[in-house]
Design a protein around this ligand. Structure first.
Ligand code: FES
Length: 252
């Protein structure tokens, strides 16, 4: 598509008739996704500094075999595939990293590399992106664990309390829930595939659900970024507490 949009019959990589700085859009994606990828990988493999008081880093939830009875490595490795697969196959992130890291295509109406026919996601390995809907189901399970962690973050050894960390974890799970419930797969599931709601079983409630999901879906890119930042910052906060570099402030 990008090749045919490169006008004037020119197919040299990056050629375009666009007058705006189209490349500005991909630079922040490269920087932020790249930095998050490095940070998340290092933290997941670190295997320590993931807990403080009632707080648990989202990279380690659900926490499995923390005392290494049968798993000798970082517990995060056991669960990493779920959230990683969900984000990596997300329709929005696919667009973002295809452009930023593969330059394939670099942007709308900008010519991609020549000599490689555009095959989209019709061939291996990208055809595997179709499994996104199954990662969505898995993400719902992860949300249950993360909500449990967020509620637990309000219960200290001496009883109910509110620390800055409790609020950080609450904001994180709200953003993660919003991101998950704005998923294109969910929108399709609740009603996106129907041509006629009034003819379908449970049509009216499905139509209502579809409208609600559509409102969230409209801002899916925003939720994708906000939830990515919140996961990273929540982990960083707990990491710094755990290492003694920060002190949690108790508000109640
Ligand atoms: S499309 Fe982005 S999470 Fe499903």
């Amino acid at each position: 598509m990008a090749k045919s949009s490169a006008v004037g019959g020119v197919s040299r990589f990056g050629s375009t008739q666009r007058r705006d700085a189209w490349w500005v859009e991909i630079l922040p994606v490269m920087a932020v996704l790249g930095a998050f990828g490095v940070y998340a990988t290092l933290r997941a493999f670190e295997g320590k500094f993931y807990e403080w008081g009632p707080y648990l880093s989202p990279f380690y939830s659900p926490l499995i075999d923390p005392h290494h009875h049968w798993w000798p490595f970082s517990p995060a490795i056991l669960i990493l595939g779920g959230p990683l697969g969900f984000r990596a196959t997300c329709y929005y992130y696919r667009k973002a990293y295809y452009r930023a890291f593969f330059l394939d295509p670099p942007a709308c109406a900008v010519s991609e590399r020549s000599g490689r026919p555009y095959r989209g996601e019709t061939a291996f390995p990208f055809i595997l992106q179709i499994v996104h809907r199954y990662f969505f189901y898995l993400a719902l399970l992860f949300l249950c664990f993360l909500w449990y962690d967020a509620v637990r973050a309000f219960f200290f050894p001496e009883g109910f309390g509110i620390g800055v960390g409790s609020l950080v974890m609450l904001v994180n799970i709200v953003l993660l829930t919003t991101y998950t419930f704005s998923c294109h797969s969910l929108r399709h599931l609740v009603g996106g595939k129907l041509d006629c709601f009034s003819c379908a079983t449970f049509g009216p409630p499905r139509h209502a659900a579809w409208r609600w999901v559509s409102v969230l879906n409209d801002r899916h890119m925003l939720w994708a970024w906000l939830s990515l930042f919140s996961v990273g910052l929540t982990d960083l906060y707990i990491h710094l507490l755990s290492r003694g570099f920060l002190k949690d402030i108790r508000l109640l």
